[in-house]
Design a protein around this ligand. Sequence first.
Ligand SMILES: C[S@@+](CC[C@H](N)C(=O)[O-])C[C@H]1O[C@@H](n2cnc3c(N)ncnc32)[C@H](O)[C@@H]1O
Length: 272
Amino acid sequence: MTKDPTNNPHIHRSPHNWASPEYVKRWQQRADRELGARRYRFELLADLLPFDADAPVRILDMGAGFGALSEVILERYPNAQLVCLDGSAAMLDLLKQRQVNFGNRIQRVFANFKDPEWHEKLSGLNTDNVQKFDAVISSLAMHGLRDQRAELFKQIYDIVKIGGCFINIDLTLASTEKLQKYYRQVNIARHIEHVKSVTDETLTYEQAEMDIDTPSVKKKDVGSEVAQDNHQQKWQAGDLNLDLKWLREAGFEDVDCFWKELKSAMIGGFKN
Ligand SMILES: C[S@@+](CC[C@H](N)C(=O)[O-])C[C@H]1O[C@@H](n2cnc3c(N)ncnc32)[C@H](O)[C@@H]1O
């Protein structure tokens, strides 16, 4: 792990600095505080995987971060092997520390999926030398790719085995500009509630607004996923219908949005 693919200027256009261990640590602390809400989604994703609980499946988690989603899958599928791919060395280091109990059921791969050849980094991981997976999963990692997701979904289709699936939890745009603004108001109110419940501090509307607009989350690091969700809207978020169309065009069948809450959605499809 010498060359850091997050040096790619495309990635650094985002407000995240995944190359910074300090930033990664702060993000992880916030994510941990949101574990309840996140766990619900991860469990739902696990429920949707078309395998028996004891199936010896091989799953790729793209943008795995410190392995929060992978961890739930490994618990739910005791014979599963997870390949955790991420473009941040700091995240992969954290993943190694956090997921030590899973031993060799987790393999880490350092790669940037904006790189058209990213899947070549998966070569040699598989004993039968076929780089295919029973499922590809992802959480909060692909929104920064914008239109490049169309091509990425095709590449993902190619590495999913017949009978498998791709399921992605990510941020998405509201269907109208009016709704987008409304979601923002709702999110600000939810952020005020969240801060109150975590720190007992009552933020003004303006303070809450400032929090959710501050990319680095340093100012008010209270662990609100809502806050993160809102500042990200400034530079990204996919159109849900476009993502569903791209999934179908990639070849996936039974494509749907399995879950949605304001600007977060879980979408995917199956390879029959
Ligand atoms: C918001 S974190 C989510 C981590 C994890 N999936 C979770 O839900 O806890 C996004 C992760 O995606 C990774 N990521 C973002 N863009 C990437 C890219 N182009 N290639 C590889 N990893 C990327 C980041 O390094 C980071 O670890």
